[in-house]
Design a protein. Structure first.
Length: 451
């Protein structure tokens, strides 16, 4: 049996000591080794007597003094030989010795944090679904697993997708904003240790401060996408369960009738009226409308190809649904097109802001409508939502979905807002039908009796 000698242990002696000290599991009452059968260690030179070696199942805690390296006194949280409080974790695994010296914050272990490290290691050892890899618990690997480092790598990959045209600039700007404003909460966290309870606490402390429920959902969805990326790349072994965010406190969307649209347009300065009216007649999104080039318009075919959009402050050669489709032009939309393509080259914008000589911006159009229309309905509602509400009663659901360029019919349903008087007319006809049915039955009985 290997014995401890005064002044510290050699590498071989330390390993031998570790292998022969009895394991004290978490679910057992902590005992002093002086009351165990191993009290032969109880000597002034070794000072193992009185220790509570909280080995759990694998590993041990040793003094980090370079001249000592004695097993730590867990009960008193110091070295029984030199009195030092700094320590490190040793693990003998499959014939190799591994040492771990720093906690998640990069600080040298004290007994409390070393015990936490051992518990984490043993939890990984006992996880039968994933092979235990000791190097993943090294100081360097643990630093690399910090949330902020992993998220920076995630952003770099997303930036490369952005440059390749596979990602919307607006989405990239949004996740960078979330990282800057909300995700510092996770700074210093090891991504492998983040679980359901931690994310629920993040929701309670950070997300509940945001006024909009939709914004809360978007931030949480962005975080989930990041964890999915780590899982797909082997950075974590599983995606922790995410809490649900219920409800919706956003203001209800509205639609307006054609006559109300005309009233609003009459209040808009004539020089800015065409792009707004064009959106009303085609259902285009503002970012798509202001990105249309002259070459995308086919006057003879009475269509405009929606091939690009403004995402953030960048023009992208795709649309929100990643599709390029033609939009039919009715008489009014065709008139607007013919008026705006005169004297322009194929790569010129269809709509030019006469105040700046450049293309319109989404914010600029929104401000023109807000300041001049006299309506409390927002521009997106006055154009795309109203367009959908006006075409749905005129055609079948599939055609309405195609005109809205939605991939899912449920999206079209969300844009349709039946006018209250139409709904009233429907329920009113229900009573009228009952009256008419009774009248027909009565008339039938009267005719039969006469015969």
């Amino acid at each position: 049996m290997t014995r401890c000698t005064s002044g510290g242990n050699t590498r071989r002696e330390a390993i031998g000591l570790y292998r022969e000290i009895p394991v004290i599991r978490k679910d057992q009452k902590e005992k002093s080794l002086t009351t165990s059968p191993f009290n032969e260690y109880n000597s002034p030179k070794c000072h193992i007597g009185g220790l509570i070696m909280k080995l759990i199942e694998q590993g041990a805690i040793y003094c980090s003094n370079s001249r000592c390296h004695s097993p730590m006194d867990i009960e008193n949280e110091k070295c029984p030989i030199c009195g030092g409080t700094k320590c490190y974790v040793r693990l003998y695994w499959q014939g190799k010795l591994y040492s771990y010296r720093r906690d998640d914050d990069g600080e040298i272990f004290r007994v409390f944090t070393a015990v936490q490290k051992l518990e984490e290691i043993n939890k990984a050892i006992n996880n039968k679904r994933v092979p235990f890899r000791p190097k993943e618990f090294s100081d360097a690997s643990q630093q690399l697993r910090h949330f902020e480092i992993q998220f920076q790598e995630y952003l770099e990959e997303k930036e490369s997708e952005l440059k390749a045209g596979e990602l919307s600039p607006e989405y990239f700007r949004t996740i960078k904003s979330y990282n800057r404003n909300h995700f510092p909460y996770w700074s210093g966290w090891d991504v492998k240790t983040i679980g359901r309870e931690d994310i629920a606490l993040f929701k309670q402390k950070i997300l509940h401060q945001l006024p909009g429920i939709k914004t809360r959902k978007n931030v949480l969805n962005s975080l989930h996408a990041f964890f999915s990326w780590m899982f797909d790349n082997g950075r974590i072994d599983r995606i922790p369960p995410f809490p649900l965010i219920k409800g919706d406190n956003a203001a209800p969307r509205r639609a307006i009738r054609p006559e109300t649209q005309r009233e609003g347009l009459e209040n808009i300065p004539t020089r800015h009226r065409d792009p707004i009216e064009f959106m009303m007649k085609t259902g285009l999104r503002p970012g798509e409308c202001i990105a249309i080039l002259v070459k995308s318009v086919k006057v003879e075919q009475r269509v405009v190809w929606v091939e690009r959009a403004l995402s953030g402050s960048t023009y992208v050669e795709t649309t929100k649904n990643k599709s390029k489709l033609p939009i039919p032009l009715n008489d009014k939309a065709l008139e607007i097109v013919k008026r705006n393509i005169k004297g322009k080259f194929p790569n010129d914008f269809l709509f030019i802001n006469p105040d700046t000589g450049r293309g319109y911006s989404r914010k600029g159009l929104w401000k023109i409508w807000r300041d001049n229309s006299g309506s409390d309905v927002r521009l997106y509602e006055a154009t795309r939502h109203s367009y959908c509400t006006q075409i749905v009663p005129l055609t079948d659901p599939l055609t309405a979905q195609r005109l809205m360029r939605h991939k899912d019919r449920r999206s079209t349903d969300n844009y349709y807002h039946a006018y209250s008087d139409i709904l009233l007319d429907v329920v009113q006809r229900m009573d009228n039908n009952v009256v008419n049915l009774k009248a027909r039955k009565k008339s039938g009985r009267h005719t039969k009796g006469t015969e």
